[in-house]
Structure formats: C-alpha cells, structure tokens
Design a binder for this molecule. Structure first.
Ligand code: NAD
Ligand code: UFG
Length: 333
C-alpha cells in the first residue's frame, strides 16, 4: 500500500514508518519537526517537511504522492501544558486534523488510522477499561482526542472516510535494532525520566503522589511497547483496506504497574540504585489506567509480543545507552 504518515518523525510515528517500510509499503512522511526528528525517519520513506495545518502544503503533497490511506500522529501531547495552554492544543490537534481531513476528502483518500489516547477516559469507573466506557477527559489534551474522534464519526457519515481510532495507553520502549527510540523534548514520561538517573542526566526521579488508592499508593499504568503499537497500525490499515467498518480500539497489555514497580524494575534492569524522591500528585493524573484490548485482539487480530515490564524497560535502556543525547548528537543529517 501507499501510506502517508503525518507526524512520522515522532516517537511512535517513526516506529510505524519503519514497520511499514519493512513490509514493503510505500511510505511518505509529513512532519513539521516541532517535536519530531528528521533522523528518526527511515531512509526508505520519502520525507516532506511541512505543517498539516497548511492547506497548500497538504494539497500539493496529495497531488505529488497519491496514497491509499493516512496514518495520523501529528499532535501536541503534553498533558500539563494542555491545561495551561488549551487553545494551542485545540488549534493543532483539532485544527490540524480538520485540515488533514479536508485535504484527504479533496484528494479522494478514504482511509485513516489515527492516534487517540487513554486520556479520553479520564478517571475510569472500572478497570480494565473497555471501549464502551464513558469518556470524560480530565485535561484539554484528552478532550482534543475525544473531539477528533467525534469529528471522524461525523466526517465518515458525511464524506465516507473510514477511520480507526487507536486509544494507546502508555507507549514505551524502543525497536530492537537500536536505531530509533524515545526522544521527547521536554521529556515528561516516566520510563525515560527514570532511565536518566543511571545515565547520569538527573540525580533522582520524582514520584508524583504516594497516596493513591492503589497497591503501593502510586499511580498504576498499562505500559505497552512501541513496536506492538506499531503492528496495530498496520493491522488497522489492512482492516480498513479489507472493508472493515470504522471503529475504536484500546491498545494496552491489560496489566497495571505502579510507579514504584517501574522504578524497581529499572533498578533491576540497569543494575543502578536509582534514587527517588516523593513529591505531590501531578494535576489530572487518574489513579489507575489499565486497558482491555480484547476488542483489538478479536477484530484486528492484534497481539502484544512484549508483555514483561523487564523486557520493555530493557529495550528502552538499550536505546538510551546507545543514544544518551537522543538523535541530535549522532552527526547525521
Ligand atoms: P511525538 O511528539 O514524538 O510525535 C508527534 C509528531 O507529530 C512529531 O514528529 C511532530 O513534529 C509532529 N507534528 C506535531 N504537530 C504537527 C503539525 N501541525 N504538522 C506536522 N507535524 C506535526 O509524540 P508521540 O509520543 O510519538 O505520540 C504520537 C501520537 O500518539 C500523538 O498524537 C499523541 O497524542 C498520541 N499518544 C501518545 C502516547 C504516548 O504514550 N507517547 C499515548 C497516547 C497517545
Ligand atoms: N510520573 C512520576 N514521575 C515522573 C513522571 C511521571 O511519578 O517524573 C508518574 C505520573 O504521575 C503517572 C505515571 O508516572 O502516574 C506515568 O506518567 P507518564 O507521564 O509517563 O504517562 P501518563 O500516564 O501521564 O500519560 C501517558 C501519555 C499520554 C496519554 C496517557 C494516557 O503520555 O499521552 O499516557 O494514555 F494520554
């Protein structure tokens, strides 16, 4: 297939680009590099630097590169920043998606797979969370993802664009070849922050809240390996290509680990003591987020290969050890 990957220079997008190239798809990447890295994009893919909010950029791109479908990652995704700058999030996440949809419709592209998030659920009433659970986001970032899902529903009805929304839980790890991995700036995710301690980049890791109603008082999350997420995108695109109906799928391992368990596992994997400090809760954090991914398994035929937290953290550790300064320090263009 010929696929346009919007946001394909980012963490998850670059892993999907590589997986698509590996199976022989023809891949075009559109990214403005606001948080992504040119070096993260597989050399087999064609790269266009530009902004999905730019009608002219997208319309020229669709003309130059006829594609069968779009996989869409391009968004801002810092939960805390979304609370202080909500309009920035509506403008890029919702506004960018609207322009992308308009240009897809104009170009006759009728299939899209896109990144949603467990953040659409807010504080869940029940775990594991099924796709039918109420969506009550506790921050503007999650709200923009919910609005995007609704926009796709209405656009499908009006214009016949089929969509799959993938609600990821906590993406982590790095591909086995060691060429690409997580390099967010600023970094806000737990696992890379924990690993900055053995890398000598920070003295200790903060635990945000120790009074949650969980097994050890710290927040529980469902950590899902980025290459398992990547495979789900390929399956979702195949599903649409085979005439599958538009739908929403959770992607997680179905097992929750607390912040303390993540730090303890990282100590085991790295052989480093990793100092910690307890600090207050981070605003908007639900106590427990664990996915039921039964639907993705049943409908898409998805399975997760990396279920052991040790292995997941080991793959992240291998990437960070090989690239302590991320992508920029490698002397590649
Ligand atoms: P990322 O920031 O690494 O990737 C996003 C990419 O989109 C970057 O390369 C960025 O430069 C690009 N981009 C942003 N706005 C753009 C625009 N207007 N035009 C063109 N390119 C633009 O983020 P990520 O961690 O890879 O996440 C990818 C997607 O998955 C995001 O939509 C995010 O909300 C969602 N998500 C991530 C997680 C996670 O744990 N990382 C969890 C749930 C959902
Ligand atoms: N945490 C700490 N210390 C840190 C960083 C994080 O204790 O230094 C805690 C957080 O409070 C949270 C857990 O570790 O309880 C995981 O935090 P992350 O920031 O790694 O991930 P989140 O669960 O907040 O968010 C992630 C993605 C979002 C997505 C969300 C739900 O970053 O994009 O999962 O899917 F929306």
């Amino acid at each position: 297939m010929r696929i346009l990957v919007a946001g394909g220079a980012g963490y998850i997008g670059s892993h999907v680009v590589k997986a698509l190239c590996n199976r022989g798809d023809s891949v075009v990447v559109a990214d403005n590099l606001v948080t992504g890295h040119r070096q993260a994009v597989d050399r087999r893919a064609k790269f266009y630097q530009g902004d999905i909010r730019d009608h002219g950029f997208l319309s020229a791109l669709f003309q130059a590169e006829p594609v069968d479908g779009v996989i869409h990652f391009a968004a801002y995704s810092l939960v805390g920043e979304s609370v202080t700058a909500p309009l920035k999030y509506y403008e890029n996440n919702v506004g960018g998606t609207r322009v992308l949809l308009e240009e897809m419709i104009r170009a006759g592209v009728k299939k899209i797979v896109f990144s949603s998030s467990a953040a659409v659920y807010g504080q869940p009433e029940q775990v594991p969370i099924e796709e039918t659970a109420p969506t009550c986001p506790t921050n503007p970032y999650g709200e923009t993802k919910r609005v995007m899902e609704q926009m796709f529903r209405w656009a499908e009805q009006a214009y016949g664009v089929g969509f799959v929304s993938l609600r990821y839980f906590n993406a982590c790890g790095a591909e086995e070849g060691g060429a690409i991995g997580e390099d967010h700036r600023p970094e806000s995710h737990l696992i890379p922050l924990v690993l900055q301690v053995p890398l000598g980049k920070r003295a200790k890791v903060s635990i945000f809240g120790t009074d949650y109603p969980t097994k050890d008082g710290t927040c529980v999350r469902d950590y899902i390996h980025v290459t398992d997420l990547a495979q789900a995108h390929l399956l979702a695109m195949d599903y649409l290509a085979q005439g599958g109906k538009s739908d929403i799928f959770n992607l997680g391992n179905g097992v929750g680990f607390s912040v303390r368990e993540v730090i303890e596992t990282a100590r085991r994997v790295t052989g480093h003591p990793i100092d910690e400090e307890e600090s207050g809760r981070r605003a908007g954090d639900p106590a427990v987020l664990v996915a039921s991914s039964q639907k993705a398994r049943a409908v898409l035929g998805w399975t997760s290969c990396h279920t052991a937290l040790d292995d997941i953290i080991a793959s992240a550790w291998a990437w960070h050890q090989a690239h302590p300064n991320g992508f920029e320090e490698e002397g590649r263009s």
